[in-house]
Design a protein around this ligand. Structure first.
Ligand SMILES: [Zn+2]
Ligand SMILES: [Zn+2]
Length: 324
């Protein structure tokens, strides 16, 4: 009986389509036109600087806001100063729960939905972003996204959790939570997660990046780099295949990294054939310069990001004035 079932299965397999192989680089959709514009970071040629991060990603005509800055009005005002209309942007990615990435969302939603009801209405996050957090020795809730979620949902916005890598638009991926095989502990301020068994150190488990797949390799947009730069690059290669790391845009949390940690990071970025680095926010000025040198980049390819600076997949980095 078993033998006949096996024969039947074997016979059937000859007439059915072969099991789909895992996606390879050649089968994945590639984004043809890509522009990423920085809307919140410390350095500003135009608009306001702040300790925060936000960038507008435009990929084949799809527009996504990645993080929303610290202060309620920064991204809204900087976009106006730069002549960028955000009212048509429906999708927002929050890289993690910290206020310097989530602080502008509610004001953006309230202001822009007056012009377009769907503006900033679909919020992409990863599991863990709404966990309760405490500072050591305090009972106060310090996770601002818990209250933000309620306030946003009251306006009709919806949150979508991504527990694994997902292609949200053709060629545009969210990593979901990033595996961390390397000991990159760039977690920022000491906070604890409240669990049923007490407090545990907050490794910011929800930290995720946006990946854009292009013919020249993948582009990473990172918020604060808490999952680790190399962990994230390795995750991108796991998701999209062993392509070059064409560009990394955003915050990498290397501002306080030791010389040896920067050398380690840069050597691995060099091995990943990093083409461009637009280092914003918590990347750190010295870290950008070290990576420029140690990853064999030059001043056009490794730049400290300013508000309004941009990366175009066909033209490279436009640094604006001060950081050129
Ligand atoms: Zn952070
Ligand atoms: Zn940050």
């Amino acid at each position: 009986m078993l033998h006949s079932l096996l024969s039947l299965a074997t016979g059937l397999s000859a007439f059915t389509a072969p099991v789909a192989a895992p996606p390879t680089t050649s089968t994945l959709h590639k984004v043809a036109t890509l522009k990423i514009t920085i809307l919140s970071t410390m350095l500003a040629d135009q608009g306001m600087g702040e300790w925060g991060f936000s960038a507008l990603v435009e990929a084949d005509g799809r527009r996504i806001l990645f993080d929303t800055g610290l202060r309620p009005e920064t991204v809204l005002q900087n976009a106006r100063d730069l002549g960028i209309d955000l009212s048509g942007v429906t999708d927002v990615v929050l890289s993690h729960h910290h206020g310097d990435h989530t602080g502008g969302l509610l004001e953006l939603r309230r202001e822009l939905s007056k012009q377009s009801p769907a503006a900033m209405s679909r919020i992409h996050v990863a599991p863990g972003i709404f966990l309760s957090r405490r500072h050591p020795g305090s009972e106060l809730e310090v996770n601002p996204t818990i209250a933000l979620k309620s306030a946003m949902e009251a306006t009709g916005a919806v949150f979508m959790e991504h527990g694994k890598p997902e292609e949200i638009f053709p060629g545009v991926w969210l990593t979901g939570p990033v595996p961390r095989p390397n000991p990159e502990r760039y977690w920022g301020q000491p906070e604890s997660i409240v669990t049923a068994n007490g407090l545990v150190p907050d490794s910011i488990p929800e930290d995720m990046s946006l990946l854009i797949d292009t013919d020249r390799g993948f582009v990473v947009v990172a918020g604060c780099g808490h999952a680790g730069t190399i962990n994230t690059v390795q995750d991108a290669r796991r998701i999209l295949g062993a392509e070059p790391a064409y560009a990394i845009i955003g915050g990498l949390h290397l501002f306080a990294a030791s010389d040896s940690a920067l050398a380690w990071t840069a050597s691995r970025l060099r091995s990943a054939h990093l083409g461009y680095l637009l280092g914003a926010h918590c990347t750190g000025i010295e870290a950008v310069f070290r990576i420029r040198e140690l990853a064999a980049l030059d001043r056009k390819r490794a730049v400290v990001a300013a508000v309004g600076s941009s990366f175009d997949a066909s033209k490279g980095i436009d640094p604006l004035s001060l950081a050129q």
